[in-house]
Ligand binder design. Structure first.
Ligand code: EPZ
Length: 420
């Protein structure tokens, strides 16, 4: 298994190009199931999860061709020959976002069999809200032998109030509603920018959607959707991760091919920590501006501080001046990085879903293990801050959500290499 070896202590500096957003690309790839025409996507990130999604869609019958020119990858998907309406366990267990084929398959073909995604390191991750929403739209759903078997002659529009804010729950139901008979209103909807990106792509395909980005999304069903060309939005979590890495190592980094205005809660916390930030339409520049201060935060649905940035920010707090209190409200087990950060010398106490981090003068390199995607990013940042060498095992977690992170960090001056 690959691992990363990092010699810490070098401030990051220079320019890094942000890739397309994983959490926008995954639902948008699944939207190809909604039409017999061709959907052409650009700025698709080269990630393990994207490869998994492509394999699943090909197994279902979507014809896919990929073209890479330099840093940009364009993918053409045609849902004309879809016939195998099954998402098998072996695919779904490696990537929970595979649940996003359920809504589109049911909406266009009237049936779908999708394996229940297992839990994952960060939590139980149920999909009850997806199922309840589809049932509200008239789907008959039976759960047998670990599979969701769904049927519906034709879905009908419904008013759906989500018990919890769910990103992929909102996305699955929004996609299903585009072809339903009548009007659907999704209330207590997720407002994440990736939900808006999916809505924009669906609208380009002929869907009638309004309110995406607010907590009430209104969809008028149409008979069918047509093909479109769409460019995936920049990845705001990759953007946030590099900004935190720049602040943590005391550097000066400019992100390009990104977008300001999609991670304001993260930028606000970086300013509180003492960083200096400037931004334009598609770039963000961060410079460390004196010693970092400890920053309290509490994760919550967009536009509040994203749970996907909690682990990265904890690494920053490990060497900041003072004590930070960090509360994780979205997932029940998203502190797996704490044990590993402690191995590097961090002073962290966990009480339920709250962590108290006392800043220490120095972290010391050690051998650590990645447990989930964003915990791995946290360990990379801590390794960049630590004295001496840090090696990180099980970095397949990292490859799911970051495109060649060690290459991008090396270009910024980090002393990091992948060891096979
Ligand atoms: C999406 O996951 C993201 N994944 C996650 O990013 C992100 O952490 C999460 O949203 C929260 O922002 C993708 O977009 C592919 P949720 P999702 O449904 O949709 C509970 C990463 O690192 N819930 O918004 O699965 C759930 O247990 C990944 O890129 C139910 O109870 O998350 C959680 O406590 C990790 N029943 C809360 O809601 C349901 O039916 C929010 O989950 C659905 C969710």
């Amino acid at each position: 298994m690959d691992r990363l070896a990092i010699q810490g202590g070098t401030p990051l500096s220079g320019e890094v190009r942000i890739s397309g957003a994983k959490n926008a690309a995954l639902p948008i790839l699944c939207a190809s199931l909604l039409t017999a025409d061709t959907l052409t996507l650009s700025n698709v990130p080269r990630l393990h999860d994207v490869t998994t999604a492509i394999k699943l869609l090909e197994q279902i019958g979507v014809r896919i061709s990929t073209r890479s020119s330099g840093a940009d990858t364009t993918i053409e998907l045609s849902g004309r020959d879809v016939e195998n309406l099954v998402a098998p366990y072996e695919m779904v267990k490696t990537m929970r976002a595979a649940i996003l084929v359920l809504g589109p398959m049911l909406a266009r073909f009237g049936e779908a069999s999708v394996s229940l995604p297992g839990g994952c390191a960060i939590g139980l991750r149920p999909v009850d809200l997806h199922i309840r929403g589809l049932q509200a739209m008239g789907a008959e759903i039976a759960i047998e032998h670990g599979y969701i078997h769904a049927r519906a002659k034709r879905l009908r529009g419904a008013r759906i109030v989500m018990d919890l804010v769910s990103v992929t729950g909102t996305e699955n139901l929004m996609m299903a509603a585009t072809l339903a008979d009548g009007v659907t209103l999704i209330e207590n909807a997720a407002r994440e920018p990736e939900v808006v990106d999916l809505a924009k792509c669906l609208i380009a395909m002929g869907a009638k959607i309004s309110g995406a980005g607010s907590d009430a999304v209104h969809i008028v069903g149409v008979a069918n959707l047509h093909g479109a060309s769409y460019r995936i939005m920049p990845d705001r979590i990759e953007s946030g991760t590099f900004l935190v890495a720049a602040a943590a190592t005391g550097g000066a980094v400019t992100l390009v091919n990104t977008r300001s205005g999609m991670l304001d809660a993260v930028l606000d916390k970086l300013l509180d920590a003492g960083a200096k930030i400037e931004s334009g339409e598609d770039w963000i520049r961060l410079r460390k501006n004196g010693p970092l201060r400890a920053v309290n935060l509490r994760t919550a649905p967009y536009p509040a501080f994203p749970t996907d940035m909690q682990a990265q920010f904890m690494a920053l707090n490990c060497m900041a001046a003072g004590t930070a209190i960090m509360t994780e409200t979205i997932f029940e087990n998203r502190f797996m990085h704490v044990q590993e950060l402690r191995r590097l010398g961090a002073d962290i106490e966990v009480e339920g879903n709250t962590a108290v981090i006392k800043g220490v003068a120095q972290l010391d390199g050690a051998r650590v293990m990645a447990t989930d995607l964003r915990a791995s990013a946290s360990l990379v940042i801590a390794g960049l801050m630590a004295n001496g060498e840090t090696t990180i095992d099980r970095i397949y977690h990292l490859d799911r959500g970051y495109e060649h992170i060690e290459d991008k960090l090396s270009q910024l001056g980090a002393n990091i290499r992948r060891v096979h």
